[in-house]
Design a protein around this ligand. Structure first.
Ligand SMILES: C[S@@+](CC[C@H](N)C(=O)[O-])C[C@H]1O[C@@H](n2cnc3c(N)ncnc32)[C@H](O)[C@@H]1O
Length: 175
């Protein structure tokens, strides 16, 4: 009897786990940019390119595991915000940044978040999403805001700088 109850509990737990990851995957595929984690060597390069100062307000649009939000928060920026739509990535990001007072993780579609106060914006998203965001950047960002894109550039704007890190590229734009 005990073994039967234990097996049922394990089965329910496993089914819940599989369902959670299925829903999670569907969410990221629906929004068009699955969660792909950025390597640590790239994180350092992104921070160097952003050259954050204490007055800066940083946003990672689709922050995944939150490691870039964490890296900028540790550089003592005024605020480092990650926006994430996928539940598992959001929770991971929230956990990673739990002790950083200047870090904030928002569980939302970035289409519905005002990031116009940002002074450094970063994104690692599919090309179609980058082009869609580029129109918003043009309309809403303040002068001198830096935008850093990983791998997929903004087609309508000339980058100030392009750096190569292994097989990845970082594009820096100034608005
Ligand atoms: C390629 S990952 C990049 C993760 C992180 N920025 C990094 O560089 O390590 C893209 C992330 O964007 C998230 N995402 C895609 N569309 C989104 C949207 N509309 N709003 C919020 N997050 C989104 C995905 O869930 C995924 O975690």
């Amino acid at each position: 009897m005990f073994n039967l109850i234990l097996s049922i509990i394990i089965l329910i737990f496993l089914a819940g786990f599989i369902l959670f990851f299925f829903i999670d995957m569907m969410v990221s595929f629906y929004f068009g940019a699955p969660f792909v984690d950025t390597g640590n060597n790239l994180v350092d390069a992104i921070v160097r390119l952003g050259n954050p100062k204490s007055h800066d307000i940083f946003y990672d649009l689709g922050c995944g595991s939150g490691k870039i939000v964490c890296a900028f928060a540790r550089k003592q920026v005024l605020r480092s915000t990650g926006i994430e739509i996928t539940p598992s990535a959001y929770h991971l990001s929230k956990f990673r940044n739990r002790n950083l007072k200047n870090a904030k993780i928002i569980y939302k579609n970035f289409d519905n978040v005002d990031f116009s106060d940002g002074t450094i914006i970063y994104c690692y998203l599919f090309p179609s999403l980058v082009q869609k965001l580029a129109k918003r950047f043009e309309r809403q960002l303040k002068a001198n805001t830096k935008v850093i894109c990983q791998d997929f550039p903004i087609e309508s704007k000339k980058p100030e700088q392009i750096i190569k890190v292994g097989r990845h590229k970082l594009f820096l734009y100034k608005y």
